[in-house]
Design a protein around this ligand. Structure first.
Ligand code: AVJ
Length: 313
C-alpha cells in the first residue's frame, strides 16, 4: 500500500566523535554499528551465506519449523516494528502469518534499508510500510511519532542483541518495552552457548568474508574520516571468550605504527588490538532473566540447533 521513507536527522559528527573517543581509550575500540556502510551491509549478507556462519540459516530453519506455533502464541497486533531490519528478509514470514496493517523498519544504513523496504509495500498491498534511516541505539525514542496507535510487536531477530553486554542489553530491552506500549510484545532471536569450536569457526570462515567485513571498517574510516589506516598491517582476530560468554572480534596491529584519523594521531603497539565487536551467546534462562529485569515477562520460547527465539509480553 503506502511506503514512507524518512532519514531521521543524525548528528553528522557521531562517527567522528565515537571513533576519536574509542581510539583514545585503552583498550582501543569502535562500536560495531559502524560496520554497516553500504559495503559493510553487502559483506554482512555474504557472511550469512558462508557455510560456517550457521546462525543465520539456523534461525531461518527454526522460524520455518515453528512459524504456526509462534504465530499462535502472539496476541493479535496491528504493527510490527523491526529495529536493525537490514535487508528486510526476515520479517516477511511474520507479515505472511500475522497480517499486521503497519510495518515500521529502522536501520542505521538508510539507503539500503529504503531499497529493501520499498518492495514490501508492493508485495503486501494491505500493508503500510515506514522505513526510518536512523541510529536506533542512540535514538530509539525518535521512532515513536512514526508508530501508529494499536498493539505492537517488536521483532529483533538475528542475535543482534548479542552485540550488547548484559547490562546494556537489558537497557535496550527496557527502551523497547517503552516503545512497545501497554500491550506490547517482543519476539527476539539469540544465539545459544555451544561448542566453542563451532562458534570460533562461524567468525573465522575459510573464505575470509568475516575478515573482510572487519577490515572494511578501516576502509570506511579512511574514506569518511580521511584516516590513513593500512589494512594490510592489521589482522582480523576473532575468538570465543568462555569466561565472558562472547565472541570477541578485534583488528590486531601487525606492527608498531601511527595512524592519523580526522587530524589526530594514534599509536598502535605491535600486537595491540582495536576491539570492534562483542557477540554474546546466552543460555535461555540467562536471557529471560535479562529480559525480565527489563520489564518483559516470558510468554513462550523455541529452540533449534543452538539458536533460540523467545516471545515476551
Ligand atoms: C549481526 C550482530 C548478529 O554478531 O553474529 C557476523 C554480526 N559479526 N560476523 C553477529 C557478525 C561477525 C552478527 N550480528
Amino acid at each position: 500500500m503506502t511506503f514512507t521513507f524518512r532519514n531521521l536527522p543524525v548528528d553528522r559528527d557521531d562517527l567522528r566523535v565515537d571513533v576519536l573517543t574509542g581510539l583514545a581509550a585503552s583498550p582501543k575500540s569502535i562500536p560495531p554499528k559502524y560496520f554497516y556502510d553500504e559495503a559493510g551491509c553487502r559483506l554482512f549478507e555474504a557472511i550469512c551465506a558462508q557455510p560456517e556462519y550457521v546462525l543465520y540459516r539456523t534461525e531461518q530453519a527454526l522460524m520455518n519449523t515453528y512459524v504456526s506455533d509462534i504465530a499462535a502464541a502472539i496476541s493479535p497486533v496491528e504493527c510490527i516494528v523491526e529495529p536493525g531490519a537490514g535487508d528486510c528478509a526476515k520479517v516477511r514470514r511474520l507479515l505472511d502469518t500475522l497480517q499486521p496493517t503497519h510495518l515500521v523498519v529502522m536501520d542505521i544504513a538508510g539507503a539500503p534499508l529504503a531499497a529493501a523496504a520499498e518492495p514490501l509495500s508492493r508485495d503486501y498491498p494491505a500493508l503500510a510500510v515506514t522505513a526510518l534511516g536512523m541510529d536506533f541505539i542512540h535514538d530509539l525514542e525518535a521512532a515513536a511519532p512514526y508508530l501508529p496507535a494499536g498493539r505492537r510487536l517488536i521483532y529483533y531477530p538475528g542475535s543482534s542483541i548479542g552485540n550488547f553486554p548484559p547490562a546494556a542489553a537489558a537497557a535496550l530491552l527496557a527502551r523497547f518495552r517503552q516503545l512497545a506500549g501497554a500491550e506490547g510484545q517482543l519476539l527476539i532471536g539469540f544465539d545459544l552457548k555451544k561448542d566453542p569450536l563451532r562458534l570460533h569457526a562461524a567468525y573465522n570462515d575459510a573464505a575470509g568474508v568475516t575478515a573482510a567485513f572487519n577490515l572494511n571498517l578501516l576502509e570506511r574510516l579512511n574514506r569518511e574520516l580521511g584516516a590513513d589506516f593500512d589494512p594490510a598491517r592489521f589482522r582480523h582476530y576473532a575468538f570465543y571468550n568462555p569466561v565472558a560468554g562472547r565472541i570477541e572480534m578485534h583488528l590486531l596491529s601487525l606492527a608498531e605504527q601511527d595512524v592519523n584519523v580526522a587530524g589526530q594521531r594514534f599509536r598502535f603497539a605491535l600486537g595491540e588490538t582495536l576491539h570492534t565487536e562483542h557477540s554474546y551467546k546466552f543460555r535461555c534462562d540467562e536471557f529471560s532473566a535479562i529480559a525480565k529485569a527489563a520489564g518483559w515477562p516470558l510468554k513462550a520460547g523455541w529452540e533449534h540447533d543452538g539458536f533460540a527465539v523467545q516471545l515476551y509480553g
